[in-house]
Design a protein around this ligand. Structure first.
Ligand code: GDP
Ligand code: IMO
Ligand code: MG
Length: 424
């Protein structure tokens, strides 16, 4: 049975939520493996629109069990809001939602630190989502993090939180000139959320291992995107986790040899939210039109997304990082009324042409994209059920990407809803 990772092949918001919802129909398990409530995954079906931040996108199409893996950082208050929202749509989460005991907890102090650190960076700010992600992973890696299993022992939890707050309050007051956080008030605020979360706490690593042994199908849902990966992205303008395939293994307990498919999700153009280099960014009418046609505003923060043409240098890099052996193309319809569409096929860097994505972020900021122009198809691509029915010029555009990357589009998405999809 397939063990498939769905990975953002760009800077996030590629439409992973739509694709996971679609594929979850045939999955025994849908698993989030990294990130936290910085993610915003939009699902549209019937008359419902829901944006999920922590709960996997497998709750609404079939009966898959949903796992929040050990690699995720969980804000209990945000999770409880989401549990309530999902339940209000008639989904019973009992025996459907499993939260790893080993996942780390985002506490209110992580969110405060995220905000004050961003403020102190001034013009060098990363443009984080403010959800406490970076500081929570810092706590984890520096071995002072609170794990989900720690929520089960109240007195030791209180002790750990108070110990951490001693250090954090010193930094807040002495470095950032902020008010200290009151430990007892913070703990009291958390208690109702902890009670709601408790019944879902599980040994999800064992659940995964048992599922593998039984040959059940597993869908691993990446958050963010390959170019925001803390190791391989445009550092320091990245998130603090590993959205690429390696992160799916460490963040779930599933061994690399068990992975059968790595599916990259790419839009038919590019977007990025937050700061950092973006070679094909368009600060002109075409960029404005992509934003307007694609409704490119952040699902988590509402910020306008930066828009630009598809970048095959960056896409090829993402494909190689995760060994993507299948691709999904999303938001093809957004290009429907363009006279001309461009694709970046190489970069010019310091007088040389290259098809390698630079490791040094200042070089990514300096590259000049080399474009191949395509004539627009100027007609709707919605409501087709096969690739062959698409306009010839659209087929040319898609085939060019497949030939360049050597990877086939198994799914082509032409609208936000489940039925606006071509499955090949
Ligand atoms: P994710 O973070 O990767 O799950 O993506 P987001 O949900 O943040 O952003 C994708 C947006 O595009 C959402 O508003 C989706 O409803 C929408 N969307 C997904 N696929 C398509 C598509 O093929 N066409 C259009 N027009 N919108 C799409
Ligand atoms: P989904 O899963 C797009 C970006 C932020 C910022 C950087 C670091 O919906 O695709 P963080 O809060 O993680 O410390 O912010 O990463 N970012 C995303 N951009 N989609 C996301 O998630 C993102 N999650 C974080 O804008 O530039
Ligand atoms: Mg998103």
């Amino acid at each position: 049975m397939p063990v498939r990772i769905v990975i953002g092949a760009q800077w996030g918001d590629e439409g992973k939520g739509k694709v996971v919802d679609l594929l979850s129909k045939d999955a025994h398990y849908v698993v989030r493996y990294q990130g936290g409530a910085n993610a915003g995954h939009t699902l549209k079906f019937d008359d419902t629109t829901i944006v999920l931040h922590l709960i996997p996108s497998g709750m609404f199409n079939g009966n898959s069990k949903c796992v929040i893996g050990n690699g995720v950082v969980i804000d209990p208050i945000s999770l409880v809001n989401e549990i309530e929202e999902v339940e209000s749509l008639g989904v019973n989460l009992e025996n459907r939602l499993f939260i790893s005991s080993a996942a780390h907890v985002i506490l209110p102090y992580h969110k405060v630190l995220d905000k004050v650190k961003e403020k102190s960076r001034g013009s060098d700010a990363i443009g984080t989502t403010g959800r406490g992600i970076g500081p929570a992973y810092v706590s984890k890696v520096s071995r002072v993090g609170i794990r989900i299993c720690d929520l089960l022992d109240k007195s030791s939890l209180n002790e750990k939180i108070k110990k951490n707050l001693n250090d954090i309050n010193q930094a807040l007051v002495n470095v950032y000139g902020e008010e200290p956080i009151d430990a007892d008030e913070m703990i009291a605020e958390l208690e109702p959320a902890i009670e709601t979360v408790k019944p879902y706490i599980s040994n999800t690593t064992k659940i995964m291992h048992d599922a593998l042994q039984k040959g059940e199908s597993i869908l691993l849902e990446g958050a963010q995107g390959s170019l925001l990966d803390v190791d391989h992205g445009t550092y320091p303008f990245v998130t603090s986790s590993s959205p690429t395939a390696g992160g799916a293994c460490t963040g779930s307990g599933i061994p690399p040899m068990a992975i059968t498919h790595a599916m990259g999700i790419t839009k038919a153009y590019c977007t990025r939210v937050g700061n950092g280099p973006f070679p094909t960014e368009l600060n002109d009418d075409a960029g404005e039109k992509l934003r307007k046609n694609g409704q490119e505003f952040g699902a988590t923060t509402g910020r306008p997304r930066r828009c630009g043409w598809l970048d095959l240098v960056a896409l090829n890099y993402a494909i190689r990082l995760s060994g993507m052996n299948e691709l999904t193309l999303t938001k093809l319809d957004v290009l429907d009324d363009f006279d001309e569409i461009k694709i970046c096929t190489s970069y010019e860097l310091d007088g040389e042409t290259t098809d390698a994505f630079p490791i040094e972020t200042d070089k990514v900021a300096r590259v000049k994209p080399v474009y191949k122009p395509f004539e627009g198809w100027k007609t709707t691509t919605k409501n087709f059920s096969s690739f062959e029915e698409l306009p010839g010029k659209t087929q040319e555009y898609i085939s060019f990407i497949e030939e360049y990357t050597g990877v086939r589009f198994n799914i082509i998405s032409t609208g936000p809803k489940r039925n606006e999809t071509i499955i090949r």
